[in-house]
Ligand binder design. Structure first.
Ligand SMILES: Nc1cc(-c2ccc3ccn(Cc4ccc(CN5CCCC5)cc4)c3c2)n[nH]1
Length: 239
């Protein structure tokens, strides 16, 4: 997979070259290209923004510069991902879909966003997704790209040391994962639940599922309603 990012703050994307993602790059599982949008400006001030038509707060990013940048950065067959508070929710399901792509290009807006015609024009020649990473407003798209890239790259074959955990992710069975414990057995008078030290795998599995159901019902009840038909068995309904 190759990821390209267009941004006016290229340094912000340095974390893409660190830790897990950095190792994926070193191992040839991932290529990363970060491009400074201002490289496509021609005026002496290298201006990338202008006042919004119709008035309103802040500034909007100019279409011409974005058009020129995306024309050059997007390879054939690329999917363009544009983080925005007004986007469709980025989910684990979308992360899996993106992990199957050969080329992802991220357009990082700043100010109040990018002129909408940039998205409309790009959509004439490639799939374009406007995505939100949550119902809160950031200052720009760069932090969202780091979040999306991490969620996607960890799903690439060979990236995670223990691939099983990607399948046992939260949301993979539609539930939140329950609590985890490791040594010591007692820490600050707090003991690990006995069942986890029982060696009875069926009992452990049942307990973990109960914990996941209880936590989901408490923190994200709407996820229970969204479970596919037949997800909960009789033992689950006991919870
Ligand atoms: N999930 C998530 C993603 C983002 C995100 C992603 C990209 C950009 C680019 C610029 N901004 C700042 C920003 C500030 C205010 C508005 C809302 N204004 C109201 C009237 C016109 C617009 C929009 C945008 C981003 C924010 N935030 N949260």
């Amino acid at each position: 997979m190759r990821i390209d990012v267009v941004t006016i703050f290229p340094d912000y994307l340095e974390p893409l070259r660190a830790a897990l993602l950095g190792r994926a790059v070193d191992r040839g599982l991932l290529e990363v290209g970060v491009h400074d949008l201002r490289d496509w400006t021609h005026d002496v001030h290298r201006a990338v923004d202008d006042a919004p038509y119709g008035g309103g707060p802040g500034m909007v990013m100019k279409p011409q510069i974005w058009g020129a940048a995306l024309d050059e950065v997007c390879p054939a067959g690329a999917r363009l991902v544009v983080p925005t508070p007004a986007g469709r929710p980025f989910t684990q399901e979308l992360a899996h879909a993106y992990a199957a792509e050969e080329n992802l290009v991220f357009a990082c807006g700043r100010y109040e966003g990018i002129d909408q015609r940039v998205i409309e024009d790009a959509a004439r020649r490639m799939p374009v997704d406007e995505v939100s990473i949550g119902d809160y407003v950031l200052v720009g798209g760069e932090a969202a790209v780091l979040v999306i890239a991490e969620a996607v790259v960890r799903l690439l074959p060979g990236v995670l040391g223990n691939p099983v955990s990607a399948e046992q992710d939260s949301f993979s069975d539609g539930l939140l994962e329950g609590p985890s414990y490791t040594r010591p057995e007692v820490w600050r008078d707090l003991a690990v639940p006995d069942v986890l030290r029982s060696g009875n795998h069926a009992l452990v599995e049942r307990w973990r599922r109960d914990q996941a159901l209880e936590r989901t019902a408490r923190r994200r009840p709407e996820l229970l309603g969204a479970l596919p038909e037949g997800s909960l068995d009789a033992a689950d309904h006991a919870v």
